[in-house]
Design a protein around this ligand. Structure first.
Ligand code: UDP
Ligand code: MG
Length: 341
C-alpha cells in the first residue's frame, strides 16, 4: 500500500523558497567498505558539477576494521569537501546516519549507502523535486539487481507488513536513500530518543514527501553487512520503535483464545463428547497455546528492553575523531595545550 501523496510540489499559489545555489550535504555511513569507497567518492565527484549546489560529503566510519578509515582520511586530504567522522566502535548504520544528519550543515541533506547500490546520479532528480517544493524526496526502488529471490520476496513482504503496522503513512519499497530539507533534518535531530530508525522517523515528522523512482543496482564491491539475524533485529526496531499495534495483536489473540475456549465449554455442555481426546492432540494444543503466550510475553519484553535503553539515555554513538582538510588549525599549539605546569 502506497501512502497517499499528500502534496504536490507545484500546488498553485504555494511559494517555496529554496536557497540558490544552496548547500548540499551527502551523508554516507561506512562499515568495512574498503573495496568500494574510493569508487563511491569518484562517482559522487563526477556528478558534483551537475548538482548545482555547494557540496560537503560526510563519511561516517562506523568502526570499520579494514582500511576504510585510512582511505577516507586520504580522500579528505585530496578533497576539501570531505568530512570524515570516526566512531569509537561499530554502532550500526542507523547511528552512523544519525551522526551524519546531526553534523551536516546543508540546506538539504542526502542519505546514501556507500556501496553504490543507490546510484548517486538520482540525487540530481531529488534536488529538482526539492527545488520544486518537496521536503523529502525519497528513492523508491523499481527493481533491485543482485538480490536473491528470497531477499526480494521477504523484503517486499516486510515493507508492506511494516507499512500496515505504522500508525502513519510510510512508503513501501523505500530504503534510506533520500533527500531531506533542513527543516526535516532539524525536526528529526531534535527528537530526544536515542535509538532511531530513520525509515519510520522521517515519515513520522510529516512535511511534504515525494518519490523518485529508480533501479537499484547490485553492490559494486564488498558484501552486505546484514546477516539474517541482524536483519531480524532491524525489523524488530522498525516496528517496535514506532508502533503499538503488536500489543493490539496480542489483545486480538487473547480474545480469539477466549472465544475458542468458551465455544468448547458450551459445545461440551450442549452435547457432551463420547470419545476422549488423544494425548498427542492435547499436547499439540498445549504447545500451540504456550508458544503464543510466550511470544506475547517476548513482545512485551522487547518493548521493555527498548524503554530501559531509552531510560539509560546512553548516546547512540561515540565519536573518536573528525577529519576535514579545511578544518581550522587549533588556536593553541599542541605542546602548549599539553603543558600542565
Ligand atoms: N553500514 C554501517 N554500519 C553497519 C552496517 C552497515 O554503517 O553496522 C553501512 C554500510 O557500510 C553501507 C550501508 O550501511 O554503506 C548499508 O549496508 P549494506 O550495503 O551492507 O546493507 P544492504 O544494502 O545489504 O541492506
Ligand atoms: Mg547495500
Amino acid at each position: 500500500m502506497n501512502p497517499p501523496e499528500r502534496h504536490d510540489p507545484a500546488a498553485p499559489g504555494q511559494s517555496i523558497e529554496r536557497p540558490c545555489p544552496g548547500f548540499l550535504s551527502i551523508v554516507i555511513p561506512c562499515y568495512n567498505e574498503e573495496a568500494v569507497i574510493e569508487e563511491t567518492h569518484a562517482r559522487i565527484s563526477r556528478i558534483a558539477p551537475r548538482l548545482g549546489m555547494e557540496l560537503e560529503v560526510l563519511y561516517v566510519d562506523d568502526g570499520s576494521q579494514d582500511s576504510t578509515l585510512k582511505k577516507l582520511k586520504q580522500l579528505a586530504v585530496e578533497d576539501s569537501r570531505i568530512v570524515v567522522i570516526e566512531f569509537s566502535r561499530n554502532f550500526g548504520q542507523q547511528a552512523a546516519m544519525s551522526a551524519g544528519l546531526e553534523m551536516a550543515q546543508g540546506d538539504a541533506v542526502v542519505l546514501i549507502d556507500a556501496d553504490l547500490q543507490d546510484p548517486p546520479e538520482v540525487i540530481i532528480e531529488m534536488i529538482a523535486k526539492w527545488r520544486a517544493g518537496v521536503d523529502v524526496a525519497y528513492g523508491r526502488r523499481k527493481s533491485r539487481d543482485g538480490e536473491s529471490t528470497f531477499k526480494l520476496v521477504t523484503a517486499s513482504l516486510f515493507y508492506r507488513f511494516f507499512a500496515m503496522l505504522m500508525p502513519y503513512p510510510v512508503p513501501v519499497d523505500t530504503g534510506d536513500f533520500k533527500l531531506c530539507d533542513r527543516v526535516v533534518v532539524d525536526t528529526v535531530c531534535a527528537l530526544p530518543e536515542k535509538r532511531r530508525y530513520l525509515r519510520s522517523l522521517v515519515p513520522w515528522a510529516g512535511f511534504h514527501h515525494a518519490p523518485v523512482d529508480y533501479d537499484r543496482d547490485a553492490r559494486t564491491a564488498g558484501e552486505t553487512k546484514y546477516s539474517a539475524f541482524r536483519l531480524l533485529s532491524l525489523a524488530a526496531d522498525a516496528v517496535l520503535l514506532s508502533s503499538d499495534k503488536p500489543v493490539r495483536i496480542i489483545w486480538f489473540l487473547a480474545a480469539l483464545f477466549a472465544f475458542v475456549g468458551a465455544s468448547g465449554i458450551l459445545a461440551g455442555l450442549v452435547s457432551p463428547p463420547k470419545e476422549t481426546v488423544s494425548l498427542p492432540t492435547i499436547l499439540a494444543l498445549l504447545g500451540f497455546i504456550s508458544a503464543a503466550q510466550t511470544a506475547a510475553i517476548a513482545i512485551v519484553g522487547e518493548y521493555v528492553v527498548r524503554s530501559y535503553r531509552e531510560a539509560q539515555a546512553r548516546p547512540s554513538f561515540i565519536m573518536r575523531g573528525r577529519t576535514a582538510s579545511n578544518d581550522q588549525a587549533p588556536a593553541t599549539p599542541v605542546d602548549e595545550a599539553c603543558n600542565t605546569d
